[in-house]
Design a binder for this molecule. Structure first.
Ligand SMILES: Cc1cc2nc3c(=O)[nH]c(=O)nc-3n(C[C@H](O)[C@H](O)[C@H](O)COP(=O)(O)OP(=O)(O)OC[C@H]3O[C@@H](n4cnc5c(N)ncnc54)[C@H](O)[C@@H]3O)c2cc1C
Length: 343
């Protein structure tokens, strides 16, 4: 096996900046729609130097306009698109873009798919990989939570290149940006140039044989929701009261593994060590005891509210507000109160 070589300094190649400004690459998924988590990466990248974006599908005009408003200089895309392979085309494209631009930082969202990409990029570029970052300073010191969320650490990669996955809801968006705008006066900004890479991806990776759209719930995606209402075994399988509260708060539904294992809700809702890691502003834990594996996925939430009928439940040790009571009584009261507040 050969030792990977990091990209060389920025500003000297066709895809780099002419000014020598360090390039940050934001690696997006295969969609032409920016999610909130993507916008957070773009805002963060803007604090670190020039921003280039990696997106496997050819970007449409709407995406280019939105990227222009975020002052993105260039979009790196794959000639012919990503095809039917999982992950590896994006890795090959991001590697090519990093080498061409001499990028010193690659940013991705902290999703399971993106972490797969990040790990592969770390090997190919000889880069340090830091996952679950909640803050990144201009001198590239990253803040992250470790050991099931019980410690917050600060670290810096000793390699020339840093690959960082950033937890959604870690970066404050300018007013208006969360809804799809940028929150900045950037109308008419120049569109980024598009650089199509002809990259041969020879890795024998898994292939996509079929795709099915998940039925739309009308709620935000769990990964990037500002509010998560999560239920456990204490729901007894009835998530109705939780859905009403989630809808009143504009939130997503999460679950403990016990609720998933019972078949009450799909595995995509599981929060925790072997599920999703979420960092919402508000996490409402309902009928969940608060095992360490559950905490691993939610402890970095801004505010934790726990509803549990057992005053000894461990979740109450980490809750900012604990409500001891039956969730079937407490949640409808909360919904009623919220509705009354809104008139
Ligand atoms: C390797 C490994 C990985 C794991 N990964 C995960 C993971 O990713 N996510 C995860 O969640 N777990 C995970 N687990 C499981 C974890 O250890 C716990 O078993 C699980 O989180 C318990 O789920 P629970 O809190 O819903 O159920 P329980 O522990 O049974 O707690 C139910 C709670 O509901 C309360 N309650 C009951 N009725 C009511 C009511 N009417 N109103 C209000 N409160 C009520 C009870 O007082 C209790 O506190 C993992 C375990 C292992 C070994």
């Amino acid at each position: 096996m050969t030792t990977p070589t990091p990209p060389t300094a920025a500003g000297t190649t066709a895809g780099g900046t002419s000014t020598g400004t360090p390039v940050t690459l934001v690696v997006l998924g295969g969609t032409n729609r920016l999610r909130r988590a993507d916008r957070e990466l773009l805002v963060l990248a803007g604090t670190l130097g020039a921003t280039h974006v990696v997106v496997p599908d050819a970007p449409d005009d709407a995406l280019l306009d939105e990227l222009a408003a975020h002052a993105v200089d260039a979009v790196h895309t794959l000639e012919g698109g990503p095809g039917d392979r999982l992950t590896t085309p994006v890795v090959a494209l991001a590697e090519a873009a990093a080498r061409e631009t001499g990028a010193h930082v690659l940013l991705l969202a902290s999703t399971p798919e993106a972490k797969d990409v990040a790990a592969r990029l770390g090997v190919r570029l000889g880069a340090g990989v830091v996952t679950d970052v909640v803050a990144l300073d201009a001198d590239l010191v990253a803040t992250k939570s470790v050991l099931a969320g019980s410690w917050t650490t600060r670290c810096r990669a000793t390699s020339a290149v840093l690959v960082a996955t950033v937890r959604p809801n870690s970066v404050e968006l300018p007013a208006g940006a969360a809804a799809g705008g940028t929150g900045t006066a950037t109308a008419g900004a120049q569109r980024p140039r598009v650089r199509a890479h002809a990259v041969e991806d020879t890795v024998p990776a898994a292939r996509v044989v079929a795709r099915a759209e998940l039925p739309a719930s009308g709620r935000p995606a769990l990964d990037e929701a500002r509010v998560v209402v999560a239920g456990g075994r204490g729901t007894g399988g009835d998530f109705g009261p939780l859905e009403e509260l989630a809808d009143a708060l504009g939130g997503a539904i999460g679950a403990s593994r016990a609720a998933v294992d019972a078949g009450w809700i799909g595995p995509e809702a599981q929060v925790g060590q072997t599920g999703r890691t979420v960092s919402p502003q508000l996490y409402v834990s309902c009928g969940i005891s608060g095992a360490v594996q559950q905490r691993a996925g939610m402890q970095s939430a801004g505010t934790i509210v726990a509803v549990n009928k057992d005053e000894q439940a461990p979740v109450l040790e980490i809750a900012d507000l604990g409500i001891v009571g039956d969730l079937r009584t407490v949640l409808p009261q909360a919904v009623e109160h919220l509705r009354a507040l809104r008139g």
